[in-house]
Design a binder for this molecule. Structure first.
Ligand code: UT7
Length: 333
């Protein structure tokens, strides 16, 4: 018998129906389908439309689907963590709103804000509750309504982001499957390159902040790109080396979907062929906390028990990291 590890025992995603194509963006800002596709790999993204529709709407759908497919009673959930930078409101936590809506009445819930690394930060945090032996069923949701903080007059950012959510169930495993290792990193000096200027306690919302369009994502794309390429590739290689994993031992790289060129650089550093790289950026763009669980959801049927996965992300903060997962079940349950 191995030590207690946290195994992913189910995954479910949700994306809203509305498809914002590159063609439609051509009518909104000075851009072209060709520029967006060649520079980012994105062809379309989903947008959550409708009045009073927050991030929780997508998180609730993902968690409801997850509970159903894993045949889990919501009352058995001990903890629900939601990774998001677009909470429904400043407080309460979106995790609480989701747990209430799905009937997870015995869970305690909180949000984690680590931008595009939010899902892996939350996954690692959740795994520690399971490894301690104190908790048996934990849900991690990655959900963001990026369209709520995107300036659709700024061609440098509005082409990248989309809305979506994914959720996983974690349960104890003593057969050697689950979250095996992780390296998580942060560098607060990177905040200058990627942030939202107003809406927090430093610059609360005012007429002035709205007028100056300060409630939207501010990104210096090229600077972020350089840090992302180097750090996501390095940390992925580091987690492989630390666990004596050779490229042939890896079944899948599950990268954060921010830019196809960043993903390719990471795969190259890990010496992995493109067939081993999960990719859905062309359909959903960058859904921030949603990218990695949405990939797992879409590729679930191809996954086999014992597959070695490296989950890898880089995002605002800066935050980045890589997680080594030994997958616990075959294909669709
Ligand atoms: O997930 C969180 C972390 N975020 C990321 O990882 C994002 C990292 N950054 C990127 O993915 C890329 O930097 C972008 C996709 C944001 C931009 O691509 P780039 O190849 O770095 O372009 P750039 O910012 O260097 O701009 C090159 C040119 C500029 O024109 P000039 O100055 O050369 O005349 C831009 O004004 O492309 C122009 N440009 C555009 N042109 C057409 C910028 N956005 C667009 C656009 N359509 N949408």
């Amino acid at each position: 018998m191995h030590k207690i590890r946290a195994a992913i025992t189910g995954v479910q995603g949700y994306v809203p129906d509305y498809i914002l194509t590159n063609k439609e963006l051509e009518t909104m800002v000075d851009t072209t389908d060709e520029w967006i596709t060649s520079r980012t790999g994105i062809r379309e993204r989903r947008i959550l439309k409708g009045k009073d529709q927050g991030t929780s709407v997508m998180g609730i759908e993902a968690v409801k689907g997850l509970l159903k497919k894993t045949n889990t009673d919501p009352k058995e959930i001990d903890l629900l963590i939601c990774a998001t930078v677009t909470p429904d409101m400043q407080f309460p936590a979106t995790a609480n709103i989701i747990a209430d809506a799905v009937g997870a009445i015995n869970a305690f819930n909180y949000d984690i804000n680590a931008a595009c690394s939010g899902f892996i930060y939350s996954l690692v945090t959740a795994s520690k509750f399971i490894e301690s032996g104190a908790y048996k069923k934990v849900i991690v949701v990655g959900a963001d309504k990026m369209s709520s903080i995107i300036d659709y007059t700024d061609r440098a950012t509005c082409i990248i982001f989309g809305d979506g959510a994914g959720a996983v169930l974690l349960e104890p495993n003593t057969d050697g499957y689950g979250i095996m290792d992780a390296i998580l990193k942060s560098d607060g000096s990177g905040a200058q390159y990627l942030h939202q200027k107003a809406g927090g306690s430093r610059r609360p919302a005012s007429y002035d902040t709205v007028y100056r369009r300060e409630h939207f994502v501010y990104q210096e794309g090229q600077a972020v790109f350089k840090f992302a390429v180097t750090n996501m590739a390095e940390v992925s290689a580091e987690v492989m080396e630390r666990n004596h994993l050779k490229p042939q031992d890896i079944a899948w790289l599950v990268p954060h979907q921010a830019n196809k060129r960043i993903i390719e650089a990471t795969a190259q550093r890990m010496q992995l062929p493109e067939e081993k790289v999960m990719l859905n950026i062309h359909k959903y763009g960058n859904t921030t906390s949603g990218t990695i669980p949405l990939c797992l959801w879409e590729y679930e049927s191809k996954l086999k028990r014992g597959d070695n996965l490296i989950l890898s992300a880089f995002g605002g903060g800066f935050t980045w990291g890589a997680v080594y997962v030994r997958w616990a079940y075959d294909g669709l349950k």
